[in-house]
Design a protein around this ligand. Structure first.
Ligand code: SPV
Ligand code: MG
Length: 290
């Protein structure tokens, strides 16, 4: 059964299932485990969140090998599939396919590449966005699909036409080219606060391949709308990062101001920290091996 399948196969089923599925952002081993314990069937290794937790910008300031180390911890503490935000692939087709190989070696189930220029910029910012050449990006996808060893490893092509201000026709032309290049799914992104762009795309796209969305800015759209328009996978892309930023700011401020720890109630117990680290597992092994 699917319960015992490889993570790549699990991610493939999430993407291909007729149901609307959800994956949740994580950015290190701890948050990945928390996402799994909450009941999610998959994890979004967000580029924004992984870079932010390192304290750097989301424009490829963290190298791809530094991100691999983060991903390795995330994979170690979980059994559900992880979809890595692979940005533009950190170079040309050859850099992108080497990343695919290293992700496969570390148990990551898939990667999403976006059709922009290295170094990329976060899609929700105000700056201008430059798109990759369609042919070049399609060939990058094809090279990665040709290179992967596990046939179920998932490659998602992320189209940034709306983000860059190019509109529906450009989005459709690009996604059709990526489909022909052999990609497993399309991620169509929008930074509008309503669902209109995505809805137009979904109607015109007409289920040619599964579609992934990231409803960060249009979060007010009822989830039922996503279902109605046959969205395959919705990504809650950065909400654990934002939750812990707020919690850490409040906690640091309170302790700084009060110079004591009294009345601090919005924090986990040390016992809970130990549980998440699986201290008990080591204690049991100590009895066996020490
Ligand atoms: C991310 O989570 O890093 C994403 C989604 O790529 S967005 O921040 O909307 O670009
Ligand atoms: Mg990103």
């Amino acid at each position: 059964s699917l319960l015992f399948s490889k993570r790549t196969t699990k991610l493939k089923h999430l993407i291909q299932s007729k149901e609307l599925e959800f994956i949740m952002e994580a950015h290190n081993g701890l948050s990945a485990l928390i996402v799994q314990e909450a009941g999610f069937k998959g994890i979004w290794a967000s580029g924004l969140s992984m870079s932010a937790q390192l304290g750097v910008r989301d424009c490829n300031e963290a190298s791809w090998t530094q991100l691999l180390e983060v991903l390795e911890f995330m994979a170690e503490r979980t059994t559900i599939p992880i979809l890595m935000d692979g940005d533009t692939g950190f170079g040309n087709y050859n850099n992108a396919r080497r990343l695919v190989r290293k992700l496969e070696e570390r148990g990551i189930a898939g990667v999403c590449f976006e059709d922009k220029i290295f170094p990329k910029r976060n899609s929700l910012g105000d700056g201008a966005q430059e798109l990759a050449n369609i042919q070049e990006f399609s060939n990058k996808i094809k090279a990665c699909k040709d290179y992967q060893r596990d046939k179920d490893f998932q490659i998602v092509a992320r189209c940034e036409s709306f983000i860059a201000g190019w509109g529906l026709e450009n989005a459709l032309e690009r996604c059709e080219a990526y489909r022909k290049a052999g990609v497993d799914a399309i991620l169509i992104h929008s930074k509008k606060s309503d669902f209109t762009e995505i809805e137009q795309f979904l109607k015109a796209w007409n289920n040619r391949l599964p579609v992934v969305i990231v409803p960060t800015n249009y979060y007010k759209t009822p989830t039922e709308e996503f279902r109605k328009h046959n969205v395959s996978l919705a990504i809650w892309a950065n909400h654990n990062l934002r939750a812990c930023i707020k919690a850490m700011q409040d906690t640091s401020k309170q302790i700084f101001e009060r110079q004591n720890l009294i009345g601090l109630d919005n924090i986990a117990s040390v016992k809970e920290v130990f549980r998440l680290q699986n201290e008990q597992g080591l204690e049991e092994d100590d009895k066996k091996y020490l």
